[in-house]
Design a protein around this ligand. Structure first.
Ligand code: URA
Length: 215
């Protein structure tokens, strides 16, 4: 079972300092490195960017309470990857079914923007997730940073695997064949500007479903 970073991880000084500021201002928030959500035996791993300050950083569950979580969890449920009602709380009883959700960077970054060194440092935890999932068949990367960090976690070059909405690559992960599927991030910015529509996101999720169900 991947252990993930300590809640009070100090590997990235800027992120640890930002977490400390948030903890001082909002002592009732989670304010820590957010652990993955869902079973380790899942076929699907969704990799987001990083916790939002008043979303996953507050609740302690990836995407929970973040704008992006509404679309992500509705699409996961719509394609049979979740059960129960998502109610933006870690104790809402919502459960993932055959899916696991994590982030390329586990701690909230200022302005939602992790720097390269932070993405690189946190990658060891992403690698640990991928190699620790015995039944993994498909990795769904949300956004370019997730796509590139996941490729690097697998020892592959982003220059040879261009990011695109719906891009798909057969890759080797811990001696297994896995499909690396990518989507534009389901962020407020992308959905408000029309770069990503609900239909586009659901089309990618349907593909993830097919890949997860393939023998
Ligand atoms: N919340 C997360 O946990 N991850 C994202 O990528 C966006 C919001």
């Amino acid at each position: 079972m991947p252990e993930g970073p300590d809640k009070d991880c100090t590997l990235c000084p800027r992120l640890a300092a930002y977490r400390a500021d948030n903890a001082a201002a909002h002592p009732d928030w989670f304010n820590g490195a957010v652990p993955a959500f869902g079973g380790i035996d899942a076929h699907l791993l969704v990799v987001g960017l990083a916790p939002g300050v008043s979303g996953a950083n507050r609740t302690g569950r990836p995407f929970t309470g973040d704008w992006a979580g509404d679309l992500l969890y509705s699409a996961l449920k719509g394609h049979g990857f979740a059960s129960g009602n998502y109610d933006k709380r870690p104790d809402d009883g919502f459960e993932l079914v055959g899916a696991r959700v994590t982030n390329a960077v586990r701690c909230v970054p200022p302005q939602n923007k992790p720097v390269g060194a932070e993405i690189n440092t946190c990658r060891s935890f992403l690698t640990e997730e991928i190699t620790g999932m015995p039944d993994l068949k498909v990795i769904l990367c949300l956004g370019r940073i997730s796509h590139e960090s996941t490729l690097r976690a697998l020892g592959l070059k982003p220059s040879r695997h261009a990011f695109g909405h719906g891009s798909e690559y057969e890759v080797e992960a811990a001696h297994r064949h896995v499909t690396l599927l990518s989507s534009y991030h389901c962020s407020r910015y992308n959905t408000n500007t029309g770069r990503l529509t609900e239909e586009m996101f659901n089309t990618v999720m349907a593909r993830a479903r097919d890949l997860a169900d393939a023998p």
